[in-house]
Design a protein around this ligand. Structure first.
Ligand SMILES: [Mn+2]
Length: 437
C-alpha cells in the first residue's frame, strides 16, 4: 500500500448561461459569464500546486446537453495543462452532459479517462513512482434521464487497493434535486468501496465517513440558491487507507442572502444607510470576490409602507448597481457587491400578539393565514392557496408557471397578502375610530 493524493470535483457546469440576471452592464455580465471557466482554471492550478496524483470529476462537466464549443475547448485546454504535469483525470458524465449530448468531437488528451454507459473499473497510479494505488469504478449517463438505481450495478470491491466509486446520483432522495439514479447510503456502503465520489447535488455535503460518501458541490455558484463557498476536495490517503479531506475554494464570485431588517428605522434613508453598512461588511469579507446578494428586508416599522410602494426599491436598486458597476471599472470586481434583488418580507407596525388573540375579522384572518403557512397546508387540496389560485389555473400558460413555482415563493405571496390585508384592515378600523363610527 502506498499513500497518494487526489482531487474530487463535480458539477463544473462550464459555460452556464446565467439567464435571468437583470440590470447588468457588459463588463459585469462577461465577468459573471466567465466565472465557471475561472473556477476551472483555479481547479487546474490547485491540482498542480497540491501535486495531486490524479483527479476525479463526478459528472456535469458541461451545463447542457447542447454543449457549447467554447466549453469544450476550455475543458480541453484544462486537460492539456494537466497532461503536461502528468496528472490523470477520471471523468463520468451526468444528466447535464450525457453521452448522447450533441457535441462536436473534441478529442481529449490520453491522460483523461472517460467512463462509458456501463460500470467499468480502471487502476490509478501514483505519479512519482507509477505504483498502483487505487481502483476507480464509474459509469456515465447514456441519456439525460437515468431513473434506475445504477449504484446497484457497480461491481463489488476487490481486496486490492483503495476503491473509489464515481457516481452521479441523488443519494437518499434530496427533494431539491431531480431524483436521477436514486440510491441510498446503504446501497453504496454494501459495495465495499472506500470513497464514493458523488456528483449531482450542488451543495457540499459529507453524507458519511465510513465509507466516505461525499458531494463536493459545484465549483462555482450559479444562482441565489447556490450560496456560500464553492470548490472541491483534496483527498489524502495514507498507507493505512486513512482518508483526510480538505476543502478548497475555487469560486471568484459568491452568492449570499443578506438580512436588512427595518425594525427601529424611522425613515427609508435611515434604513438605506444601515443597508450600505451591511453591504460594506460583505465587501470587506470578500475582497477578492464579486459578491452577489439578495437583500432580505425583514422586521416591522412604518418604513415598510414606503418600501411596499415599489419605485423606492426599484430606484435604490438601480442606483446601487450603477455605483458598483462604476467601482468595478476602476478597481476590478473583487470587493464589489451586486444586489441581485430585494425580497420584501417586512411589515408595518402591528401588534400581532394582540391581533392573534382578538375576536375580530382581522384576528380571524391572521389566524387563518398562519394556519396555511406550512408546506403541507400549502399543498393540501382544501387549502386556501389552491382555492385562491383556481381562477388563474384555468389559464394554461399561467398554470404552467405556477406549477413550476417553488413552495417558498408561494409562501412569500401568502405572507405579502397577509401583510397587505392586515395593514388595510387596521388602517380602516383606525379611520373608523377617528370618524367616530
Ligand atoms: Mn449538476
Amino acid at each position: 500500500m502506498a499513500s497518494f493524493r487526489f482531487i474530487h470535483a463535480a458539477d463544473l457546469h462550464l459555460d452556464s448561461p446565467f439567464i435571468g440576471l437583470r440590470g447588468l452592464d457588459d463588463g459585469m455580465r462577461s465577468f459573471i459569464q466567465d466565472s465557471t471557466f475561472r473556477a476551472l482554471e483555479r481547479l487546474v492550478r490547485l491540482a498542480v500546486s497540491e501535486q495531486v496524483d490524479f483527479m476525479v470529476i463526478s459528472g456535469d462537466i458541461y451545463d447542457s446537453s447542447n454543449i457549447s464549443l467554447r466549453a469544450q475547448l476550455r475543458f480541453l485546454d484544462a486537460m492539456e495543462s494537466l497532461a503536461r504535469e502528468g496528472i490523470a483525470v477520471y471523468v463520468i458524465h451526468g444528466n447535464h452532459d450525457p453521452l448522447d449530448s450533441a457535441k462536436l468531437a473534441v478529442k481529449l488528451p490520453p491522460n483523461v479517462q472517460e467512463f462509458g454507459a456501463e460500470p467499468s473499473r480502471v487502476t490509478a497510479v501514483r505519479r512519482s513512482d507509477k505504483r498502483e494505488v487505487a481502483q476507480i469504478t464509474g459509469m456515465s449517463y447514456p441519456t439525460s434521464k437515468v431513473t434506475d438505481n445504477i449504484a446497484l450495478t457497480y461491481p463489488q470491491a476487490t481486496r486490492e487497493l483503495y476503491h473509489i466509486g464515481l457516481l452521479h446520483a441523488n443519494v437518499d432522495g434530496d427533494a431539491q434535486h431531480e431524483t436521477y439514479a436514486p440510491c441510498t447510503r446503504k446501497d453504496l456502503s454494501q459495495a465495499g468501496y472506500h470513497y464514493w465520489a458523488l456528483g449531482h447535488i450542488h451543495t457540499r455535503r459529507m453524507l458519511q465517513e465510513s465509507p466516505y460518501i461525499v458531494y463536493p458541490g459545484n465549483i462555482q455558484g450559479r444562482h441565489i440558491k447556490e450560496t456560500g463557498p464553492k470548490g472541491c476536495y483534496v483527498v489524502d490517503v495514507d498507507e493505512g487507507y486513512n482518508t483526510v479531506l480538505s476543502f478548497h475554494e475555487l469560486d471568484s464570485m459568491r452568492w449570499s442572502l443578506v438580512q436588512a431588517p427595518i425594525d427601529g428605522c424611522g425613515s427609508v434613508d435611515e434604513w438605506r444607510q444601515y443597508l450600505e453598512r451591511t453591504l460594506g461588511q460583505v465587501a470587506e469579507e470578500n475582497r477578492e470576490k464579486l459578491s452577489l446578494v439578495r437583500v432580505m428586508i425583514t422586521g416591522r416599522s412604518p418604513v415598510h409602507r414606503q418600501l411596499e410602494n415599489g419605485y423606492v426599491l426599484d430606484e435604490l436598486l438601480s442606483e446601487m448597481r450603477r455605483r458598483e458597476a462604476a467601482k468595478a471599472k476602476t478597481q476590478g470586481y473583487g470587493g464589489c457587491v451586486w444586489i441581485e434583488g430585494f425580497a420584501l418580507q417586512s411589515g408595518d407596525v402591528l401588534d400581532l400578539d394582540r391581533l392573534l388573540a382578538e375576536d375580530s375579522f382581522a384576528g380571524e384572518l391572521l389566524r387563518l393565514a398562519r394556519k396555511e403557512q406550512s408546506e403541507q397546508r400549502l399543498l393540501a387540496d382544501d387549502g386556501i392557496v389552491p382555492y385562491a389560485l383556481a381562477p388563474l389555473m384555468e389559464h394554461a400558460e399561467i398554470r404552467a408557471l405556477l406549477e413550476r413555482m417553488p413552495a417558498e415563493e408561494l409562501l412569500d405571496w401568502l405572507r405579502r397578502a397577509e401583510e397587505l390585508t392586515l395593514t388595510l384592515l387596521t388602517q380602516e378600523s383606525k379611520r373608523g375610530e377617528g370618524a367616530g363610527i
